[in-house]
Ligand binder design. Structure first.
Ligand code: FES
Length: 242
């Protein structure tokens, strides 16, 4: 789940989310006019924006949403912005038009080749760097495995690479410690110190392990949610006049 866009004039905050567990599935049941009890924010440290020169924003899957406002902001201060967005297949690719409008050059990739470059966003980025194109700053969000691969691609080129991490968060205000990550051998809380960190300093193995910490509980919560939804669907059906 991520903030995808902000329309200050009309007071609209766009959020993009993928239904992967109970809370997001529940969010998916909302219809126009429904509301959430609370939305808290802004939290954490804002993405640092400055004029770097040539910037590349790399978004994988749902990570396309959070790179969007960053690409926009980088462009606004005069950077040349290339965005690379990718998904498993064409159906899962989001925000193509918005992404194109926000940058100077948009490159699309899909894992299965159903649209754009056949392969991973990290391969597209590797191609750009191998060609010797001047890249001054890279910002990326995506699955942890993708960001780990990306960090490995950019390290030999010593390009400043910032990634936005999404470890499990509970309070989002630095109190519970659930979101702790190790960056440059130091413990950081992604919700207050981040979510942006230097990709070359992140302990990805620990991050992967911690993200899988509640897989069992997440599955139980999802199964319960689905069976409750099924029950209420049957309940409604049986009360329908025939
Ligand atoms: S989410 Fe609790 S400390 Fe970051």
């Amino acid at each position: 789940m991520s903030i995808a866009d902000l329309d200050k004039k009309n007071g609209i905050l766009a959020i993009v989310f993928q239904e992967v567990g109970k809370s997001t599935a529940k969010l998916g049941t909302l219809v126009e006019g429904d509301s959430l009890a609370d939305v808290v924010g802004p939290l954490g440290t804002p993405t640092h924006i400055e004029k770097y020169g040539n910037c590349v924003c790399v978004g994988g899957g749902i990570g396309i949403a959070p790179i969007h406002p960053v690409a926009k902001a980088l462009k606004e201060v005069g950077n040349q912005v290339t965005s690379i967005i990718g998904a498993r297949n064409k159906e899962l690719l989001i925000m193509e038009d918005e992404s194109r409008a926000a940058c100077d050059n948009l490159i699309i990739s899909t894992d299965d080749g159903s649209y754009g470059f056949h392969g991973f966003v990290t391969q597209v980025l590797a191609g750009i760097l191998e060609k010797g194109e001047k890249v001054d700053f890279i910002f990326s969000v995506g699955p942890v495995l993708m960001m780990r691969a990306l960090a490995r691609v950019t390290l030999p080129y010593k390009v400043r690479t910032i990634i936005s991490l999404n470890p499990i968060m509970v309070d989002g205000t630095g109190m519970c410690g659930a979101c702790r990550v190790t960056v440059g051998n130091q413990t950081k809380f992604a919700c207050v110190d981040g979510p942006d960190f230097d990709a070359h300093l992140v302990d990805f193995e620990e991050l992967l392990k911690r993200q899988r910490m509640y897989l069992k509980e997440e599955k139980v919560a999802m199964d319960n949610f689905i069976s409750r939804m099924d029950q209420s669907a049957h309940h409604h059906q049986s009360h329908k006049p025939s």
